[in-house]
Design a protein around this ligand. Structure first.
Ligand code: AMP
Ligand code: FES
Ligand code: ZN
Length: 324
């Protein structure tokens, strides 16, 4: 095949083909393109005004690594800390931690490591119990809880995650299909906290695709975890992403159009129509929840709970649940 020319500078090594934009760029032009887009997204959604002391939740995957590296490159004065949660998944967690340590060392970013096993139960332990059928769901709940708690305890006002356009579209697809409007209204690039026990949450990659994040770390020569979590096999989120890619191949631009429709058309209406659930304080840990005891405490300390406060029944939902 003849070498592809970069659409911006004409160099012959245009290795990065952005499929939805039908354009190919060389590494240097790609990095410029990505960082410019990241900056525009951050400014467009007012993220800089919200995050004075951000805590980047870093999994070692391509997305959260792109978020950290991108933010540091575009806003070098931003005082960023990274948080890695060791979920206790044999092999996968150690490899992720190695990669996370490497990138934070290279960037000179402070890293906080939180080990779930010190909280009582690792994700594989949770997945052996009553969460057997849905390890990713309880894993997500636990991660969100830990991100918020560590941010509060360490004086960070905002948690930054690597959720991107593909993640959002995948969830949107499901929420609209099932009519879960209370959750759809919270699916946005910036979620404000309460300034006390709930931090702000910001998604700087809200408009980036999986492909764009992958190209960015590749073009910058940054190592990321490439293996999948072993518990994710067969998860519905993966099959939905595959399905969405099939739709995209038949309807080009499907993902971007859906995201835009959500942000511009649906969200303003949903925000007016749907009131946020009232948050109480968890009887055990004091963090916000919609039920008496939050999902984290119910999952992590079922034995203590039965003895001390009585289990408030499985299925009640935490204010954090379902949020992305
Ligand atoms: P996921 O729940 O795997 O879809 O990840 C969503 C976001 O949560 C990622 O983009 C990261 O920002 C964050 N995240 C996931 N896993 C971890 C982890 N082990 N430690 C810290 N942050 C994480
Ligand atoms: Fe959460 Fe695999 S990372 S279930
Ligand atoms: Zn609790």
């Amino acid at each position: 095949m003849p070498p592809v020319r970069c659409a911006r500078c004409g160099a012959e090594d245009a290795r990065y083909h952005i499929s939805f934009a039908r354009t190919s760029l060389c590494a240097a032009c790609y990095v410029r393109y990505y960082e410019r887009k990241l900056k525009a997204t951050v400014l467009k959604y007012g993220m800089l005004k919200v995050m004075r002391r951000p805590l980047v939740a870093l999994s070692g995957g391509k997305d959260s690594t792109s978020a950290l590296v991108g933010l540091k490159s575009v806003f070098p004065d931003l005082e960023v800390t990274a948080l890695y949660i060791d979920l206790g998944i044999p092999g996968y967690s150690e490899e992720s931690e190695r990669v996370v340590r490497k990138v934070t060392d290279e960037l000179g970013v402070e890293l906080i490591v939180h080990r779930l096993k010190n909280d009582g139960r690792t994700v594989p332990e949770l997945a052996r119990g009553r969460f057997k059928r849905k390890p990713c769901a309880i894993c997500g709940t636990v991660k969100r809880y830990v991100m918020n708690k560590i941010a509060i305890e360490t004086g960070h006002d905002t948690v930054v995650t690597g959720h991107n356009l593909d993640d959002t579209v995948e969830v949107l697809f499901e929420l609209y299909r099932r009519g879960l409007l209370e959750e759809a209204v919270r699916l946005r690039p910036v979620l404000l906290g309460d300034g006390v026990r709930l931090t702000n949450r910001v998604k700087p990659l809200f408009e980036m695709t999986d492909e764009e994040d992958l190209y960015y770390v590749d073009a910058k020569g940054i190592e990321v975890v490439e293996s999948w979590c072993p518990l994710v096999r067969g998860a519905k989120t993966v099959s939905r992403k595959v399905l969405i890619h099939e739709i995209e191949s038949k309807i080009p631009g499907f993902r971007h159009t859906l995201l835009k429709a959500h942000v511009k058309r649906f969200l303003p209406v949903l925000e007016r129509a749907i009131s946020q659930p009232e948050l109480k304080r968890c009887a055990v840990c004091g963090y916000p929840t919609t039920s008496d005891v939050c999902s984290y405490c119910r999952a992590m300390r079922p034995v203590t709970l039965k003895r001390d406060v009585g289990s408030s029944g499985a299925g009640a939902s935490n204010g954090e649940e379902g949020l992305r």
